[in-house]
Design a protein around this ligand. Structure first.
Ligand SMILES: *[C@@H]1O[C@H](CO)[C@@H](O)[C@H](O)[C@H]1NC(C)=O
Ligand SMILES: *[C@@H]1O[C@H](CO)[C@@H](O)[C@H](O)[C@H]1NC(C)=O
Ligand SMILES: *[C@@H]1O[C@H](CO)[C@@H](O)[C@H](O)[C@H]1NC(C)=O
Length: 150
């Protein structure tokens, strides 16, 4: 029931964005904060991202022609892990960063994934407050989010 209410409110936000925004075409395939609105992380221990993202994009060029937003869900753990040497967030296929990180939030208007991550190194236990620029690796493909490289 709580999940249903959350989805309903996200849908409402997408509709509001559609009614109030006029968007023209551009060609940024990678920059998802430019193609998505209302970007949220589903809690500080969650890797589930929700957003309203533009549809009608051409998956080859990334060009968006319309101004219709769809609500979408995406698990950042599919493409974010940590660097075990530095205990910092990094792009990694099935990286599962929530196994190593806590206290996560989105900063910089939704483009920065910020967490406190831990790694055991030869020098001992590292605890690092780390931020990853999601625009470098998350792509909007026709209203759905994906890792940029697969
Ligand atoms: C993403 O797009 C916004 C809006 O055009 C721009 O301000 C920002 O610098 C872009 N970021 C990247 C990483 O391209
Ligand atoms: C981890 O970070 C170190 C220091 O910046 C770097 O030399 C190394 O290549 C990184 N490892 C991976 C797997 O990216
Ligand atoms: C980590 O850094 C971010 C950005 O500077 C800050 O907002 C956050 O409070 C820091 N987290 C901790 C646990 O100190």
């Amino acid at each position: 029931m709580i999940i249903f209410k959350m989805q309903f409110s996200i849908l409402a936000l997408c509709l509001a964005a559609f009614l109030s925004t006029h968007v023209t075409a551009w060609d940024s395939h990678v920059n998802f904060t430019f193609q998505c609105k209302d970007i949220f992380l589903d809690g500080r221990q969650s890797s589930l991202l929700t957003a309203c993202c533009l549809t009608d994009s051409n998956s080859d060029t990334g060009v968006v022609h319309g101004n219709t937003y769809a609500s979408t869900f995406f698990d950042l753990a599919l493409c974010v892990g940590i660097n075990y040497t530095t205990a910092t967030l990094e792009w990694s296929m099935l990286g599962k960063y929530p196994l190593y990180c806590n206290d996560c939030q989105l900063i910089n208007g939704g483009s920065g994934l910020n967490c406190v991550c831990q790694s055991t190194t030869e020098q001992g236990q590292l605890v690092v407050n780390s931020t990853l620029d999601l625009n470098q690796g998350v792509a909007n493909v026709n209203g759905n989010l994906a890792c940029q490289w697969y």
